[in-house]
Design a protein around this ligand. Sequence first.
Ligand code: GZL
Ligand code: ZN
Length: 331
Amino acid sequence: MARTHHPRRTVLAALAATSLLALGACSSGSSANTADNGGDDTITIGFAQVGAESGWRTANTDSIKSTLTADNGFDLKFSDAQQKQENQIQAIRSYIAQGVDVIAFSPVVESGWDAVLQEAKQAGIPVILTDRAVDTDDDSLYESFIGSDFVEEGRRAGEWVSQNLGTEPINVVELQGTTGSAPAIDRKEGFADAIADNSNVTVIDSQTGNFTRAEGKTVMEGFLQAHSDIDVVFAHNDDMALGAIEAIEAAGKVPGKDIKLISIDGVKDGMTALADGKISYIVECNPLLGPDLAEIAKKVVAGEPVDKRIVTKDEAFDQEAAKAALPDRKY
Ligand code: GZL
Ligand code: ZN
């Protein structure tokens, strides 16, 4: 179960903030970059975003842009990599060349980052990971990784399928996220772990839909042509589940009845499909990472210690819970 932020961290931050303010009062105004009054204390942050592939990503971008504002003491430089690693690397290099105070990004895939992160380290620019992790042997290459526990998300989806649908033999098809991305690797692992001890549950096919609605639909069309005995779809995100629903309905089957769907994210369109009974269960993946990023960036630039790993809190919803939660959902 992913934990919420440690209260210790909040208390520490408050203590650190007061002690720094006290210092600031008597120091010779050395720019410790902690004040949030703009001017030369503004933190210039370069953010290299994955792309705009899903409702989740849109909500994540909105959270970052609405939190890292001039009023909050930031000068945000933002780039969209259209889900291409070379574009993210190029964006990070441009932030290094600009001499930003701190770099943050959500690595589209886990591997291939050591070189550019070494360049940031040589340039003395700290790096913060949000949302997705990198696979590196040298964790001095980043200060902190803020994001959900994707293995736990996959496990919660698998446990629900096993307990609620696995009481009889069922065939599952899996729509994987972007190949090589941390959420796709970890959600697949967690789901497989959770169903391993239930011989009723069999994954008969698994393919990437790259986290997009369009590709989720195309892959599901292929699954429906290849298999006549699909009972359940496990989609690594709501957007692919929504694409799969279009394919299922086009094939004259009823989503939620002939074929049940389980997905991850909890974006509005997904939660609406859940409330309507087309999706059966959603494990949330909270995209609102802006506030945590702002807090960690300020501490990193001020040279304060930060958690190496900050695990974002996730909920899970069945149909009743979705109906109750929808009116107040922020994304
Ligand atoms: C998860 C995030 C994933 C979402 C998808 O934190 O990286 O990428 O689950 C998004 O919707 O495209
Ligand atoms: Zn914490």
